[in-house]
Design a binder for this molecule. Structure first.
Ligand code: CP
Ligand code: NVA
Length: 336
């Protein structure tokens, strides 16, 4: 079994398929305990801090609930609520927090920030999303696919949308590591960076998976087991990005037509939050300005029987718990 004690969790590129497998299995064991209402406060006496430079619902709540279930004290520092950035460097913040806490979660902008935090903290640092990667989301997504499809290897996975954002990058690497057939279906200017694609292809060779980039919607959707999408403009991007992104990505919206091209038992996934109707401030503004009432996914697909998005969201908590347990646990016998 893998030993991740003391490790950081910054991006899946740093982990072997065996280590990722261990985190998925550990998540299952912890989910089982939670469902059976079995106490699992194995990290009593430890404390963690959650540093968010961007907003969050799922990631923050998952770290908080998972931390409390494991018996830990949890501090939340929201965007702009600490000295970090404006008055104190990341390196100094890391050295201060590392003296007080046993683990640090960080959500922010460039990946280099979380890497610097990890370099100086002296305790495990977990990446809760950067502009380039969203690794805790990956363990939840892999667990969800395995629960729904019974396996990971050989699964045909297609990502529609902005394939060079944190989700596109991360899903390509996660699929390549675990032997899935990954397709990014997007306009060429939104394909992941060449260097990362090259790495992903190399990794996929080892795992028996594959990596395909296509602009062709039929090719992307046909016979897929999983159709995945994410919002068209990510946190931190300027509002002006919407206009061009909408015109580029409208044809790539996951709708009934694409679902019909996929396998009959295909599932729809989304990391959330999602713009599938006008019941949000931004959704309403976009509808008023551009005349579209749904964006990356149609409301019918989002609400339809093939959508597993809320199971996926729940799995964020179980899998983040596994990441914290694996990196913070002591010498005792492991759970899997
Ligand atoms: N999927 C995800 O990371 O959601 P939050 O932004 O709500 O944390
Ligand atoms: N690409 C999205 C993911 C949100 C979980 C963003 O960065 O805003």
């Amino acid at each position: 079994m893998a030993d991740l004690r003391g490790r950081h969790f910054l991006k899946l590129l740093d982990f072997t398929p065996e280590e990722i497998r261990y985190l998925i299995d550990l998540s299952k064991a912890l989910k089982d305990k939670k469902k059976r209402h079995e106490e699992h406060a194995y990290l009593k006496g430890k404390n963690i801090v959650l540093l968010f430079e961007k907003t969050s619902t799922r990631t923050r709540c998952s770290f908080e609930v998972a931390g409390m279930d494991l018996g830990m004290g949890v501090t939340y520092l929201g965007p702009g609520s600490s000295q970090m950035g404006r008055k104190e460097s990341i390196a100094d913040t890391a050295r201060v927090l590392g003296r007080m806490y046993d683990g640090i979660e960080y959500r922010g902008f460039d990946q280099s920030l979380v890497e610097t935090l990890a370099e100086y903290a002296g305790v495990p640092v977990w990446n809760g999303l950067t502009d380039q990667f969203h690794p805790t989301q990956m363990i939840a997504d892999l667990l969800t696919i395995e629960e729904k499809k019974g396996k990971l290897k050989g699964i045909r996975f297609t990502y529609f949308g902005d394939a060079r954002n944190n989700m596109g990058n991360s899903l390509m690497i996660a699929c390549a590591k675990m032997g899935l057939h990954f397709t990014a279906c997007a306009p060429a200017e939104l394909f992941p960076a060449e260097e990362l694609v090259r790495k992903a292809k190399e990794i996929a060779k080892e795992s028996g998976g594959s990596v395909t980039l296509t602009e062709d919607i039929t090719e992307g959707a046909k016979d897929a087991d999983v159709l995945y999408t994410d919002i068209w403009v990510s946190m931190g991007e300027p509002a002006e990005a919407w206009e061009k992104r909408i015109s580029l990505l409208q044809p790539y919206r996951v709708d009934e037509k694409k679902m019909a091209l996929a396998k009959p038992d295909a599932i729809f996934m989304h990391c959330l939050p999602s713009f599938h109707d006008t019941n949000t401030v931004i959704g309403k503004e976009i509808a008023d300005r551009y005349g579209i009432e749904e964006m990356e996914v149609s409301n019918d697909v989002f609400e339809g029987p093939q959508s597993v998005v809320f199971d996926e969201a729940e799995n964020r908590m179980h899998t983040i718990k596994a990441v914290m347990y694996a990196t913070l646990r002591g010498e005792e016998k492991d759970l899997v």
